[in-house]
Design a protein. Structure first.
Length: 218
């Protein structure tokens, strides 16, 4: 499973690019708005730091306008993936872009039926939202079960559309994404940091350091 960072924050992107394990970036209009800059400017900057798929979401609502907007972003850099909402207009857009060999990420997916429609349109990626589904169902595994079901269905029919586990809120979501067979997990910066840690790792390291110190003072 590949790890992408889910942010438009350039400081975070610059930092994780140095970790050597982050292979792509997803943004959305809320994340871009948080930066107080325009999408084109932010996306251009991101391409300097991460060499892999970078999702840029269209703002338009109607297929014709979405396609035009998508062409503008796609021309910016070969790594750009056009993020399209899971609507009828988004599906029409995805179909047209796939005919032009432009990569797409169909976002806001909450059911196998939606994933099926996106795959039929030739989506490169679908993004099921784990956190928002768990919140809406007041569970800790609705997102996990959705990922498992999409994985099962895609494998059964040899569908090549890749699954991006999105809306990840904590390390357990990342673990669930991996166990469910997601192709990618897109993860906010703080959750990536949390994934590096475990209280027993910290405790174990403190014990080792103390032993080293005692040994060198002899
Ligand atoms: C995915 O591509 C989205 O940007 C993101 O994962 C949404 O997460 P949220 O539900 O935390 O806003």
């Amino acid at each position: 499973m590949k790890l992408f960072i889910d942010t438009a924050n350039l400081a975070a992107i610059r930092e994780v690019s140095g970790w050597g394990i982050i292979e792509g970036v997803t943004t959305n209009p809320s994340l871009i708005a948080l930066e107080g800059r325009g999408l084109v400017e932010v996306i251009n900057e991101i391409t300097k730091w991460i060499h892999g798929p970078i999702s840029a979401e269209v703002k338009e609502d109607v297929a014709e306008a979405m396609v035009e907007e998508a062409f503008t972003y796609a021309r910016m850099h070969p790594d750009i993936v056009i993020k399209v909402p899971m609507t009828l207009e988004g599906i029409k857009t995805t179909k047209i872009l796939s005919k032009h060999h432009i990569k797409t990420n169909v976002t806001l997916v909450f059911s196998v039926a939606q994933a099926m429609m996106a795959a039929k349109a030739g989506a490169t990626y679908v993004s099921p939202f784990m956190g928002r589904l768990d919140d809406a169902t007041n569970t800790q595994d609705a997102g996990y079960r959705l990922l498992e079901d999409i994985r099962y269905a895609f494998d059964m029919y040899d569908i090549e559309t890749q699954i991006i586990a999105a809306s990840i809120r904590h390390p357990m979501h990342a673990e669930q994404a991996m166990l469910a067979g997601a192709d990618v997990a897109t993860i906010p910066y703080q959750v990536l940091c949390d994934m590096l840690e475990h209280p027993l790792t910290k405790k174990g390291l403190a014990i080792f350091r103390e032993a080293q110190e005692k040994n060198t003072s002899k």
